[in-house]
Design a protein around this ligand. Structure first.
Ligand SMILES: [Zn+2]
Ligand SMILES: [Zn+2]
Length: 347
């Protein structure tokens, strides 16, 4: 076991504080990663607050991890000491179900994916996330961060980036396609960048026009306020694909009407309440409402390579570990452009 410093919530809703945790010894196929940067994802806050059900405490959140390999097990073939790597939302899965075999580990139907924190590992010990100095993971659950991407702007790609890349690819965003991104936050800003780089015509649908300049600078072609009812008249039947990143309840029927025939409204943000929708516009337009969760390991690697090739990472504000609690408040107030990233040297 290796003792490493970390920031943890000692109990539900408690502020995070500095502590130490044990990392498992480096096994045959493991890599030890010196974490350099860890993004703050909104879901970290949900889990610290037990908003998604009973959680494991103390909790070290963080599933947007970027660092450097500092030790490898004897069986490791993918990585060497000094390699720049990332770890996202899961650190293992069953490896034998049809989804794992298809590279869709996030939809593992065997043991399920082993989440990076607030979960029990295969050895029965709790997993601890990226707000820490080091992490040990199996080499198959780490991804390579291309040289062209700085580690700080790469970190948020491991959750926010892949969460948008996967549905945009799956539903065919590209040249000739009109894509709308609902919400311009940590997820939404990555959606705009990626959809634009894929060659789609991108529209931001945001509550207000407050961040319009940002949206256009990030690559959006159009920007509309959803607080204006005229938006829903003007854009009826426009989009091939709408990706909603918001967790506030949406007027789903209103958004479905913005889709073309065969269009899809895909949710990556999760409203807590069940949704209601008028089915008639779905039937009459062969439209669908769907969801999507992060991406598999191979697709996460593809996404990192894509971002490096197109020369972009996330828009970030780097903070010290002592500022995590304040950063949580600001995330809840939507006061971040567009992702907080912890410099783990400050832990
Ligand atoms: Zn996340
Ligand atoms: Zn599986």
């Amino acid at each position: 076991m290796t003792t490493v410093a970390a920031y943890a919530a000692p109990a539900a809703k408690a502020p995070l504080e500095r502590t130490t945790i044990e990392r498992r010894p480096v096994g045959e196929f493991d890599v030890l990663i010196d974490i350099k940067f860890a993004g703050i994802c909104h879901s970290d806050i949900h889990q610290v607050q037990e908003g998604w059900g009973t959680a494991i405490f103390p909790m070290v959140p963080g599933h947007e991890i970027a660092g450097v390999v500092s030790e490898v097990g004897p069986g490791v073939t993918k990585y060497q000491v000094g390699d720049r790597v990332g770890v996202g939302c899961f650190v293992d899965s069953c490896r034998e179900c049809e989804h794992c075999e298809a590279g869709l580990e996030q939809y593992c139907t065997g043991s399920g994916m082993i989440q990076t924190y607030n979960y029990l590992d295969k050895d029965g010990r709790p997993t601890y996330g990226g707000y820490s100095e080091k992490i040990v993971v199996d080499e198959n659950y780490a991804v390579r961060i291309p040289d062209g991407l700085a580690l700080d702007v790469a970190a948020p790609l491991l959750c926010a980036g892949i969460t948008l890349y996967s549905p945009l690819k799956h539903w065919g965003a590209g040249p000739g396609k009109k894509v709308a991104i609902v919400g311009l936050g940590g997820l939404g800003h990555m959606g705009v960048k990626i959809a634009h780089a894929l060659g789609a015509e991108v529209t931001v649908l945001s509550q207000s026009l407050r961040k319009k300049d940002d949206g256009l600078n990030l690559g959006a072609d159009h920007y509309y306020a959803t607080s204006d009812p005229k938006t829903f008249e003007d854009l009826a039947g426009t989009f091939d694909l709408i990706v909603s990143t918001v967790s506030a309840p949406l007027d789903f029927s209103g958004y479905v009407n913005l889709l073309k025939i065969d269009g899809a409204l895909v949710n990556v943000g999760a409203p807590e309440e069940p949704i209601t929708v008028n089915v008639f516009p779905l039937i009459m337009g062969r439209r669908s409402i769907a969801g999507s969760a992060i991406g598999g390991i191979a697709e996460t690697q593809e996404m990192l390579d894509f971002c490096a090739e197109h020369g972009f990472g996330a828009e970030i504000e780097v903070i010290a570990a002592s500022e995590i609690n304040e950063a949580y408040e600001r995330v809840l107030a939507s006061d971040v452009r567009y992702r907080f990233v912890i410099d783990t040297a400050t832990i």
